[in-house]
Design a binder for this molecule. Structure first.
Ligand SMILES: N[C@@H](CCC(=O)N[C@@H](CS)C(=O)NCC(=O)O)C(=O)O
Length: 216
């Protein structure tokens, strides 16, 4: 019997995008369900009762939560085009940098705030990207010759870069040209270019969110 794969997601979510890119890389067919996060579906509440967040992957009735866990699960179940490095040390490094992205890079103050808070967020963001540039080194991808786990984890934020730049009034390419060159390389992969939403649509969405939360 064919696998039943459902993804509970929300279109501009970088976390959901990690699952979408991984499933596309592996060529897995699935049912996509876009959630209204202000009115979460009973299925989402039942499948992720702890955090009540997207993404949730439901594979043959079993739910898997948290994007980093989901990407690793997808990689273990569908073995074609491995995302995780084979070597245990390199795997540990990939997990370390993925954790770094979630703890340090993911900061909505860069587009939601103004003044000092925004400047501080911008500086931290650029500092993080510079460290990530160093980690990439001369490799085409974090995964080496091919797209790997860390590439999937980080590139999911690329559709937000336009919002960060427009709201923060800076150019990521000027600050971190190697990161932008890497994003362009990732976008040559159909799994990435077909998954990432239009950055202008994301910007419009961010504007709506700011208005809703009373940020000018
Ligand atoms: N650590 C989680 C973060 C997921 C997350 O923050 N999801 C957001 C959308 S981008 C969400 O579902 N928010 C709904 C809520 O907080 O109620 C992951 O990596 O999956």
């Amino acid at each position: 019997m064919a696998d039943e794969v459902i993804l509970l997601d929300f279109w501009p979510s970088p976390f959901g995008l990690r699952a979408r890119i991984s499933l596309a890389e592996k060529g897995v067919e699935y049912e996509y369900k876009d959630e209204d996060l202000s009115n979460k579906s009973p299925l989402l509440l039942k499948s992720n009762p702890i955090h009540k967040k997207i993404p949730v992957l439901i594979h043959n009735g079993k739910s898997i939560c948290e994007s980093l866990v989901i990407v690793q699960y997808i990689d273990e179940v569908w073995k074609d085009k491995p995302l995780m490095p084979k070597d245990p040390y390199e795997r540990a490094q990939a997990r370390f940098w993925a954790d770094f992205v979630d703890k340090k890079l993911n900061d909505s103050r860069i587009w939601r705030s103004k003044g000092e808070a925004q400047e501080a967020a911008k500086k931290e963001f650029i500092d993080c990207l510079k460290l990530l540039e160093e980690e990439l080194g001369d490799k085409p991808f974090y995964g080496g010759k091919n797209l790997g786990y860390m590439d999937v984890v980080l590139v999911s934020f690329a559709c937000w870069f336009y919002t960060y730049e427009t709201e923060g009034n800076f150019s990521i390419e000027n600050e971190c040209p190697k990161i932008i060159a890497w994003v362009k390389r990732c976008m040559e992969k159909e799994s990435v270019s077909k998954s990432l939403p239009d950055p202008h649509k994301v910007y419009e969405f961010a504007g709506v969110l700011k208005k809703k939360h009373g940020v000018e």
